[in-house]
Design a protein around this ligand. Structure first.
Ligand code: VGL
Ligand code: ZN
Length: 208
């Protein structure tokens, strides 16, 4: 029974003061640190949104488009984001209070300028895998607890892909360890994760 924790995008860019801040995004840091210190997990993985400066999800790359409008990327509908989590910038670093010493493996994503990658497992068009599913399989993971930023984007798509790509693995979404961009989007995301087979839990339920 190998239990793994997957921390999604707990980066400066998604916390207050960052370029794509999620309300109270930094509130997930103490939850992550407590879970990492709990002794529950044999494997701790963190994803990191890691975009080139010319990433096609950035409104700045689309003349006339403003952040948070819909646009197009490689022929697909794409939310236009502010420039965020650019490789090598402080915006892309993990939050400074996150205890990164406990992290076994970092999965970067979003490097291809032509496609966005909300999920830590594969690009939004499902064409390129990150390798995270293989890594978790090779390590015999049977239970995967997922939390972080943002609930309605990268956390949701990571949970759905974990359920799809790791059949037989118990997948849990840790609600108090996650924060989202849009309140209605968060409600819908939780309903969708639950309907797809994820357990919805709080950190207090799983730290015994
Ligand atoms: C994310 C939007 C764009 C996330 C990443 O981590 O949820 N959202 N890039
Ligand atoms: Zn991004």
């Amino acid at each position: 029974m190998t239990k793994a924790l997957l921390l999604i995008d707990i980066q400066n860019g998604f916390c207050p003061g960052g370029n794509l801040p999620v309300t109270d995004g930094d509130a997930v840091v103490p939850v992550a640190n407590a879970l990492m210190a709990s002794g529950r997990y044999t494997l701790i993985v963190a994803s990191q949104d890691w975009h080139p400066a010319n990433h096609g999800s950035f409104a700045s790359q689309h003349p006339g488009k403003a952040p948070f409008e819909m646009g197009e990327l490689s022929g697909q509908p794409q939310m236009m984001w502010p420039d965020h989590c650019v490789q090598g910038t402080s915006d892309a670093e993990f939050h400074p209070a996150l205890d990164t010493s406990a992290i076994d493996y970092v999965q970067r994503k979003g490097q291809d300028p032509a496609v966005d990658s909300y999920s830590a497992f594969r690009d939004n068009d499902h064409s390129a895998l990150t390798g995270l599913a293989d890594y978790l399989r090779e390590n015999g993971v049977s239970e995967l607890d997922i939390m972080g930023l943002a609930t309605d984007y990268c956390v949701k798509f990571s949970v759905l892909d974990a359920l799809d790509m790791l059949p037989g693995v118990t997948v849990r979404f840790i609600e108090d360890g996650s924060r989202g961009i849009d309140p209605d989007g968060v409600k819908a995301a939780i309903a969708e994760m639950k309907a797809s087979g994820a357990e919805i839990v709080s950190s207090a339920d799983i730290i015994v």
